[in-house]
Design a protein. Structure first.
Length: 349
């Protein structure tokens, strides 16, 4: 198996810098668009055969060093008892909003093998189809980012309802976060049992906080998930399944993030990667951090951006090349292919 990605996660010596891309299975690929014309997004996530096919598309088309499960961070929220819908140009809509004790009381902590069996089936299919070609990454939203959708009812510009709950009804927030944290922990454990070889926690919206509020209201819950998974792995003799923690707009939070106990820290593009490496130290591998819009540059300029990032990572324990967020739907496929080739060529040891 090409295990370069897993070795880089663990900080081991690798022959070249591995690369995968957040949201690498998506609308910028014609193969994906062809399938999406036949089914809606939620049906695609829940149909294991189709989800596995979509997961495989970028592995074959791009030559990346890892596959990431095709799903959505809100899938476990639906299993908790909320109604989940997706609308074009609007995104996810969840109802009813969780803003009081009565709505919170109705939420379940689901058994993932029962309520989310289709995700586990997708993972099992993928492990067979990958045949050891590259590792498979499972994922979930981190507790805070997941909770924002439940409280806001969808995406938000200012997260007013979330912060209002935190500051005005902290007991309600804590009770909600306990349920969400339990759900995500069990969900990731189930993915690992099904065959995921690494897992990533997406804390996309945690950058809305001041450092002290991030530490208390987001990081503490993400850390609880990470530590539980690591202790569980150890107790069950499951070996070393790397945990990646990604925080959006993380530049002002690195001092706090480096206490999280993950194996890999995902970094967005709003900071120099060498500055981040200096701040977090050698206890982590790092992942990132090209601006997704840089993929609209001419290929030679993309090569220059890749070279610059790679030149800044020599002091890192390990480095996995990635974008600082998900690839955009309008991105030219040829440019993504060129990106992967540049990383593999320029990242040779």
């Amino acid at each position: 198996m090409n295990d370069i990605f897993l070795r880089a996660c663990r900080g081991e010596t690798v022959p070249y810098t591995p690369v995968w891309i957040m949201r690498q299975a998506g609308r910028y690929l014609k193969q994906y668009q062809k399938i999406r014309k036949k089914v809606d997004f939620l049906t695609l996530c829940k149909t294991s055969e189709l989800a596995s096919e979509v997961t495989m598309q970028p592995v074959d088309a791009l030559g990346v060093d890892a596959a990431i499960l095709f799903s959505d961070i809100l899938i476990p929220v639906e299993a908790m008892g909320m109604k989940l819908e997706f609308f074009e140009k609007k995104g996810p809509v969840l109802s009813p909003h969780i803003r009081d004790k009565s709505s919170l009381k109705k939420l379940l902590v689901p058994k993932p093998e029962d309520k989310l069996h289709f995700v586990m089936n997708t993972i099992k299919i993928l492990r067979k189809e990958l045949k050891g070609k590259v590792p498979l990454i499972g994922f979930s939203g981190a507790p805070f980012t997941t909770a924002t959708y439940m409280i806001e009812g969808g995406t938000s510009k200012n997260f007013l309802h979330t912060k209002r709950m935190i500051f005005q009804t902290p007991d309600l927030y804590e009770s909600l976060m306990d349920k969400v944290t339990q759900t995500i922990t069990e969900y990731l454990k189930a993915q690992i049992r099904a065959g995921a070889q690494a897992v990533q926690l997406f804390d996309t919206w945690a950058g809305i906080f001041s450092p002290q509020d991030y530490r208390r209201y987001a990081l503490s819950y993400a850390t609880r998930v990470i530590e539980h998974i690591k202790n569980w792995q150890k107790n069950e003799n499951r070996g070393h399944i790397p945990v990646i923690y990604f925080v959006g707009e993380c530049a002002g939070l690195l001092k706090e993030i480096k206490t999280c106990n993950a194996d890999v820290l995902g970094l967005d593009w709003r900071l120099n990667i060498d500055d981040a490496i200096e701040e977090v130290g050698n206890g982590f591998s790092v992942q990132g951090n090209l601006d997704p819009c840089a993929l609209f540059l001419p290929k030679q300029r993309i090569k220059e951006r890749v070279k610059d990032i790679l030149s800044r990572t020599s002091s890192a324990r390990g480095h996995i090349f990635n974008l600082g967020h998900g690839v955009l739907p309008e991105t030219p496929v040829d440019n993504v292919v060129a990106l992967v080739e540049h990383v593999h060529n320029l990242g040779k040891r």
